[in-house]
Design a protein around this ligand. Structure first.
Ligand SMILES: *Cc1c(COP(=O)(O)O)cnc(C)c1O
Length: 454
C-alpha cells in the first residue's frame, strides 16, 4: 500500500466528515504560518535522524520496529478526531472498534468468554491483571520467575503485595519444583507465567503449571506481552511450528496480557489485558460524577484502571486486523517468517567457528557470543561489547544488535568451555521480529563472523 496516497485519503476523509458541521474561523492564537512551520519542521526532521533504523533488517537488536502502514493510517485518521476510549461518549466508533479487536484477541487465545480492553502498555495491562489478582487473594503473594519482566516486582510493590521470584531451569523457564515448594507455604495467591520471556523468548510450561493451580487453588496469569501472537504458530506445519501444549493451555488461564505494540504491528501505546471470567469487572467500580453514561452497556472506562486512552490506538488495531487478522493465515505468516529467520541463523551460528549459540531460539530471539581466546568471561564480555559498538559504528555496512548480561553460573553450566573469571558477561542478542529478516540473516551472519574475527 502507498502510504503517501492513504495519508492524503485520511485528510480527505476527515474533511468530508468535518465539513458537514459547517464552517467556522480558526482562532488566531493557534495560527502558524507555513514558513515558520517549515523552519521548525526542518529542525525537527533533522533531530529525528538521531535514531537507529528499526525498520531495516540490519537492525537486529531490541524489540523495535515501525508499525504497519495500515496502523499508521488508522491511527492518524482517528487522531484527527482524537476520540478518548475511556467512555463510550468519548468516541462511540473507536470504543466499538476496541471491543471488536479485543474480541479477536480473545478468540486467538481460545477464550470462550472474556472481559478485556486495550491499555497503553504491557506494564499497565499486567498491573490490571495483578490488581484483580490481589482483589481476589488480598492476603497472598504473587509468584513469577526470575526471567519474568522486571515490572512484575515493581507492580507488586505498587499494589502492596509480596512478590516472590522463582528460579528458572537451564532453558530459562520457571522451575516448577521450586514453584511447588513455594506453593506449599500457602503464601501464594497468583502465579505469573511468561509465554515468551523478554530476554530470550522462553515459553514457560503453562500446561504443567495448570495442574498446580487445581492443587493449590491459585490464579494463573499469563504474561504474553511479547510472545502472545506466537500462539498463531502452535502446531503449525513446517520448521516454524511451535509445540501446542503451552499455547493451548493459555485458554484455561485466568488472565492474559498481550502487547499489540510488539508483535501486533501497532505503534506504541497499545497493550491489552483479558480476563477469562467477565465478573471480575466489578472490582473496577467507581462513581465518578464526570463519567456519564450514554449506553446501558458496560463501557470501557468502567473496566480500566486508566482513564484517558487513545481511541486512535483502537482504530489502528482494528484497521490492521481487517487486513492482517490475528489468524494463522493472516498475522501468523509474518511471525512465521521471523521464526524461520531465527531457526536459520541459529543453524548458521552452530556451524560457525567464530560464533557460538547461547540458547536455541524458542521464538524469534537469537542469543549468541563470539568465540574468544582465552575463553574467559571477561574476554567474552569485552568482545561482545566491542562487536556491538563496531557493528553500529561501521558506516558502510552497519548492523545493530543488543547485548544481554548473563550470570557466570548460567554461562558456565551451559557452556563448560568458558572459564568464570568475573561474575557474568554480556552475550549478543537479536530480536528478529521483522519478516524481512528471513531474507537477511545470511548477510547478518557474514557480518557477525567478520566482526567476531576482527
Ligand atoms: C515488553 C514486556 C512487558 C512490558 O510491556 P510494555 O508494553 O513495555 O510496558 C511485560 N512483559 C513482557 C514479557 C514483555 O516482553
Amino acid at each position: 500500500m502507498d502510504l503517501r496516497h492513504w495519508l492524503e485519503a485520511a485528510v480527505t476523509s476527515h474533511e468530508d466528515w468535518a465539513g458537514g458541521f459547517g464552517q467556522f474561523p480558526p482562532h488566531p492564537s493557534l495560527g502558524v504560518d507555513d514558513a515558520r512551520f517549515a523552519a521548525a519542521f526542518e529542525t525537527f526532521a533533522e533531530r529525528l535522524k538521531d535514531n537507529y533504523p528499526f525498520f531495516h533488517p540490519r537492525y537486529a537488536g531490541q524489540m523495535l520496529k515501525p508499525p504497519h502502514p495500515a496502523a499508521v493510517v488508522g491511527y492518524l485518521t482517528a487522531m484527527l478526531i482524537n476520540p478518548n476510549n475511556h467512555a463510550l461518549d468519548g468516541g462511540p466508533a473507536t470504543a466499538q472498534m476496541e471491543r471488536e479487536a479485543v474480541q479477536q484477541l480473545a478468540t486467538m487465545f481460545g477464550y470462550d468468554t472474556h472481559l478485556g480492553h486495550l491499555t497503553t502498555s504491557g506494564t499497565l495491562a499486567n498491573l490490571e491483571a495483578l490488581f484483580v489478582a490481589r482483589e481476589l487473594h488480598p492476603r497472598d503473594g504473587i509468584a513469577f520467575s526470575t526471567e519474568a519482566h522486571y515490572t512484575h516486582g515493581r507492580m507488586c510493590r505498587v499494589l502492596g503485595v509480596a512478590g516472590h521470584p522463582v528460579p528458572v531451569d537451564d532453558d530459562g523457564r520457571m522451575d516448577l519444583d521450586a514453584l511447588e515448594n513455594l506453593l506449599r507455604t500457602e503464601r501464594i495467591g497468583t502465579v505469573v507465567l511468561t509465554a515468551g520471556t523478554t530476554a530470550l523468548g522462553a515459553v514457560e510450561p503453562l500446561h504443567e503449571a495448570l495442574a498446580l493451580r487445581e492443587r493449590y487453588g491459585v490464579r494463573i496469569h499469563v504474561d504474553a506481552a511479547y510472545g502472545g501472537f506466537f500462539t498463531l504458530l502452535a502446531g503449525a506445519d513446517g520448521p516454524e511450528g511451535l509445540p501446542k501444549a503451552p499455547w493451548r493451555a493459555i485458554s484455561e488461564c485466568d488472565s492474559i496480557v498481550v502487547d499489540p505494540h510488539k508483535h501486533g504491528l501497532q505503534p506504541y501505546g497499545c497493550g491489552a489485558v483479558l480476563f477469562r471470567d467477565p465478573s471480575v469487572g466489578h472490582f473496577y467500580l467507581h462513581d465518578s460524577p464526570y463519567t456519564y453514561f450514554t449506553s446501558e452497556e458496560l463501557h470501557l472506562g468502567e473496566i480500566s484502571l486508566e482513564c484517558s486512552r487513545a481511541g486512535a490506538a483502537a482504530a489502528a488495531l482494528w484497521l490492521t486486523f481487517q487486513l492482517l487478522p490475528p489468524t494463522p493465515d493472516g498475522l501468523g505468516q509474518a511471525l512465521a517468517a521471523g521464526r524461520r529467520a531465527a531457526i536459520h541463523w541459529a543453524q548458521l551460528i552452530e556451524e560457525s567457528e567464530h560464533l557460538e549459540l547461547y540458547q536455541a531460539p524458542e521464538l524469534d530471539i537469537v542469543s549468541y557470543f563470539p568465540v574468544t581466546e582465552p575463553r574467559t568471561l571477561s574476554r567474552l564480555d569485552e568482545a561482545s561489547g566491542r562487536i556491538l559498538q563496531a557493528g553500529m559504528a561501521d558506516t558502510d555496512d552497519p548492523v545493530f544488535l543488543s547485548t544481554l548480561r548473563i550470570g557466570a553460573d548460567r554461562l558456565t553450566t551451559r557452556h563448560p568451555k568458558l572459564t568464570a573469571d568475573t561474575d557474568g558477561a554480556r552475550v549478543l542478542r537479536s530480536v528478529l521480529m521483522k519478516p524481512e529478516s528471513e531474507g537477511y540473516v545470511e548477510h547478518l551472519h557474514r557480518r557477525l563472523e567478520q566482526l567476531a574475527r576482527a
